[in-house]
Design a protein around this ligand. Structure first.
Ligand code: FES
Length: 110
């Protein structure tokens, strides 16, 4: 796992959705109910940008057709049979970091 700093996120307790590019991936970092989450930024249903969505009851809601995805796991709601990638998030010395699995992480976990 390689950890990438995400500059410019102020942890004020206010909810936010911020799109960032990390290691070539589009990711949304989400602050919701005093917790941080990181998910892939593209909706798997029809490719909408999830950064334009909103959070409700522990899920992000896609702005296009209202599909919803669990903030923690990325799993789609029942009946959707889809998911968005989810990434670990940590705060280190006040700065937000997102963890991305490397090629070798994947090879060694087999
Ligand atoms: S594109 Fe996201 S729900 Fe359809």
């Amino acid at each position: 796992m390689k950890w990438y700093p995400i500059p410019g996120i102020e942890l004020t307790g206010k909810p936010f959705i911020r799109k960032v590019k990390v290691s070539g991936k589009g990711i949304i970092v989400i602050g919701y109910e005093d917790k941080l989450y990181a998910l892939g930024s593209t909706c798997p249903h029809a490719g909408a940008e999830l950064s334009g969505g909103w959070c409700k009851e522990g899920k992000i809601i896609c702005p296009f057709h209202r599909y919803s995805y669990d903030l923690q796991t990325g799993k789609g709601s029942p009946g959707q049979n889809d998911y968005v990638d989810s990434y670990p998030v940590e705060i280190r010395e006040g700065e937000v970091y997102v963890g991305i699995e490397t090629f070798w992480d994947r090879v060694l976990s087999r």
